[in-house]
Design a binder for this molecule. Structure first.
Ligand code: CU
Length: 164
């Protein structure tokens, strides 16, 4: 699952003192982008666990509702490696403006290497925990906008705001 990028989430808080213009891709970046391989059809299976959202990355060519209790599907094929941004396109609640979606398309070899890395990290979480910096989470931390989309297949996807 992915959530609104931490720096944007901090900047959006009332009285943060952070100029949103200083945050790159403000409200359009996530912590864990959805990573897909290029040059192959990707099938999306889309649902939601709270309310109705709509998964929309304009460059992929479609928008699909994410509805609790229903499974919708869509597919795409991305031939050009790169970063593709989108947002939730269904007014879903108070955090609707904070649900960006980021898809990173990597060439097959790069994607395979990334996937192997993810699997290794999952198989040996202690090694990852030791190498990753420890970021203490306290009650004073601002809330993170929840990620509402669930996907099967690929590991992550993002939550939102609009791009032009
Ligand atoms: Cu929404």
């Amino acid at each position: 699952m992915s959530s609104l990028a931490r720096n944007a989430d901090e900047a959006r808080q009332v009285g943060s003192g952070i100029d949103p213009n200083s945050v790159e891709n403000y409200l359009l970046d996530v912590d864990h982008p959805l990573v897909i391989p290029t040059g192959i059809k990707i099938r999306f299976v889309i649902t939601a666990d709270d309310v109705i959202h709509s998964w929309w990355v304009p460059s992929l060519g479609w928008k699909q509702d994410a509805i609790p209790g229903f499974i919708n599907e869509a597919w795409t094929q991305v031939d050009q490696p790169g970063t593709y941004r989108g947002q939730c396109a269904e007014l879903c609640g108070k955090d609707h403006g904070f649900m960006p979606i980021v898809v990173v398309a990597k060439p097959r070899a790069e994607f395979d290497a990334w996937m192997a890395e993810q699997k290794a990290a999952k198989a040996n979480p202690e090694a990852v925990a030791q190498s990753a910096p420890v970021v203490p989470v306290t009650k004073a931390d601002p809330p993170i906008a929840p990620a509402h989309f669930r996907f099967t297949g690929e590991p992550s996807h993002g939550s939102p705001r609009r791009s032009r």
